[in-house]
Each structure stands twice: as C-alpha cells, then as structure tokens.
Design a protein around this ligand. Structure first.
Ligand code: QAP
Ligand code: CO
Length: 198
C-alpha cells in the first residue's frame, strides 16, 4: 500500500466512529480554519474517525471543518475500488477495497499551473454536482500525522481534490467557485431538497 498515513489506518473500516457531517450553510464551513499544532494521539484519533466517516459515505475527500473541527487538515482517498459481494441472502452488496488513505495537515500550495474542468461534488452539499475550473498541476507542502514535512506534485483528479479540500480550510465551498448564476441556481436547489428531508 502506497499510503502516506501509516499502517495503523489499514483497519479503519472495522474501527472508528462515524462523525456528523455538517452540511451547507453551517457556520463552521464558512470559517477560516487554524493550523494544527499538536501532533498527538487525539489528532490521530480524529484522522482515523474522519477516514472512517469518509469511507462510510463513501467519499474521496473530507476536511476537518466538515466534521465541525476548524483545523487545517483533510483526509483523502482517490483510488479505492468497489468490489461486488453476494450476501448470505443472495442480495448483491458492495465492499470497498484497495485503500490508499492520505492525510494532509497544514497544507500550502506552491505552484499552480494549467487549467482543468472537473465535475465536483461535496459531502457537505449532497446531491449537487457541477463542473469547476481548477489548476491542472500543483505542488503541495504539508505535514503528515507525525508532524513530518512532506511535498507532493499532483495533477488531474488528485490536484482537483487537493484544491477542493484546501478550500474548506479557507471557508470556501465549491459552489462559490461557480458563476453567480449557477451558484444561485444550485444553492436554491440544494436548500429546497434539504427542506424536504427534514
Ligand atoms: C471532493 O467529494 C471532490 O453528493 C470530495 O450524495 C469531489 O467525496 C473533489 C459525495 C469530486 C473532486 C471531485 C457527494 C457522496 C462525495 C454526494 C466527495 C453524495 C455522496 C463527495
Ligand atoms: Co467538499
């Protein structure tokens, strides 16, 4: 496993607590998050629970503000697979396999180049998807869960996802990256759907 988060996370599926995901327009999603300073067991427990919550959804990225913690940290996995399994009662179910959990703490972007259009979604705006324009290539400097400094060059979906999650740390939801017209339309659509399920 080419994971950057250490082996202790390989069993996150069995262990972990499902955290509440805050949905738009929760105030915590609009706040600028503060840097992580303590790389302790409490932080690693939060990371584990965030990964568990992300895989439960399932999602490919989850930032700390989305679970109500205003910290500069997010988790991501853009390459897990879905395996079809037949349950005892004959029903077909899905199980996630080949995990590649990633953790980014206090990320800073260095080079942004090119342009890419990618259809994004967000666990804090469920049911809404739209194309967003982002940088094609980026370099991100960050810390891992032990506080070690790392650097990563990214392009394509990895680059898009890093930028989407980093926006959450600055209080920005992907709807705010759209034209005013699309943003207003999709925000109304989301608020309407949200009212219905309440
Ligand atoms: C951000 O988003 C992302 O609406 C991560 O009903 C997405 O994991 C970056 C999700 C796409 C780049 C491209 C959304 C799950 C998951 C929903 C997610 C939903 C269930 C979104
Ligand atoms: Co999001």
């Amino acid at each position: 496993m080419s994971s950057n988060s250490g082996d202790f996370l390989t069993d996150y599926q069995l262990e972990g607590e499902e955290l509440k995901i805050f949905t738009y327009p929760a105030p915590v999603l609009k706040k600028k998050a503060v840097p992580v300073e303590k790389f302790d067991d409490e932080l690693r427990s939060l990371i584990k629970n965030m990964l568990f919550t992300m895989y439960q959804a399932p999602g490919i990225g989850l930032a700390a503000p989305q679970v109500g913690k205003s910290l500069r940290l997010f988790v991501m996995d853009i390459d897990f697979d879905r395996e079809e399994v037949t349950r005892a009662d004959g029903e077909v179910d899905y199980r996630l396999t080949n995990f590649n959990p990633r953790v980014f703490i206090n990320p800073v972007f260095k080079n942004k180049q090119g342009e890419i259009l990618y259809e994004e979604g967000c666990l804090s705006v469920p049911g809404i998807y739209e194309e967003v324009k982002r940088a094609q290539n980026i370099t991100v400097e960050y810390q891992d869960m032990y506080g070690h400094r790392k650097s990563l060059d990214a392009d394509g979906l990895l680059s898009v996802c890093l930028q989407h999650e980093n926006d959450h740390l600055d209080g920005i939801v992907f709807l705010e990256r759209l034209s005013l017209l699309k943003r207003n339309f999709l925000t109304k659509k989301f608020m309407k759907a949200k009212k219905k399920v309440k």
